[in-house]
Write a new protein. Structure first.
Length: 264
């Protein structure tokens, strides 16, 4: 099976899970498990795409924006299953699916897919840097999803309108705990990605621009993690800052892949 077909299959499955989640009149266990099942199939499809593409180009499949978007979406879904199952936040899938669908749509529409034919050996530090950075983006994406759920929960709590689809949202306390842990893990992975970037030994003009922008994003998340101790931000503002931080992450992702058609 052509590897791009696995990408398309994953996108269609995620689209189906998104529609099922938001068009279902009942937010019951059947709906949540159905969404989880579909997202698991999408994760498998993306895994097959990445595996086949890696075998084709004989390196980590992060050589263009199309592959990087697939890897990023794979990281988002993988983090969802690790976190959602650990904290019993199965409804997180209803918010994860639209994010994954958005990423795949942007990757499919706006990223050219020209598999690398470069047979030169790739240093492990370059591939580790690219892969760990993408995984940090996936983890921070789930943090943004938790932030959105927190803000929705807070809004309905103030309005006293816990009806319909929103009455099964996790408690704000649970969302806070998951949000902080996701941010810490995402920040740790981002730090490892930046440090491994120095190990690549690439210090041309493009690499310097990438490093500068990555430092801006890294500094934002560092300030966010330190803010409860230094600024005493409200929980609402903290959630908004996490959302804004992921916008910076997506901008960083887009900028890096537009500066060079090779992220690895």
């Amino acid at each position: 099976m052509n590897d791009r077909l696995w990408f398309l299959v994953a996108a269609l499955i995620i689209a189906a899970s998104t529609l099922w989640s938001f068009l279902s009149n009942q937010n019951n266990s059947l709906t949540r498990r159905g969404v989880q099942f579909l997202l698991a199939l999408a994760l498998i499809s993306l895994s097959l795409f990445l595996m086949q593409r890696g075998e084709l180009i004989r390196r980590c499949p992060l050589t263009n924006g199309f592959e990087a978007t697939a890897f990023l979406t794979w990281g988002v879904l993988l983090t969802y299953f690790l976190i959602g199952s650990s904290y019993r936040l199965s409804i997180l899938g209803a918010f994860t699916a639209p994010l994954a669908l958005l990423l795949l749509t942007l990757g499919g529409l706006f990223s050219s897919d020209q598999p690398s034919n470069d047979l030169n050996p790739v240093r492990w530090s370059s591939e580790f840097h690219a892969a760990i950075s993408i995984l940090s983006y996936g983890t921070l994406g789930l943090a943004a999803v938790c932030s959105l759920m927190y803000l929705i929960q807070e809004h309905h709590l103030k309005k006293h309108t816990f009806t319909g689809w929103f009455d099964r949202l996790p408690s704000m306390g649970d969302l806070e705990i998951v949000l902080h842990r996701l941010l810490r893990w995402g920040f740790l992975l981002m730090t490892l990605g930046m440090l491994s970037g120095f190990a690549t030994g690439l210090f041309d003009q493009v690499s310097k621009i990438k490093l500068l922008w990555a430092t801006v994003v890294w500094s934002w998340y560092l300030g966010l993690l330190l803010s409860p101790f230094l600024l005493r931000l409200s929980h609402r503002r903290f959630a908004w800052m996490a959302l804004i931080g992921y916008i910076l992450v997506l901008l960083s992702f887009g900028i890096m892949n537009s500066l060079i058609g090779n992220h690895s």
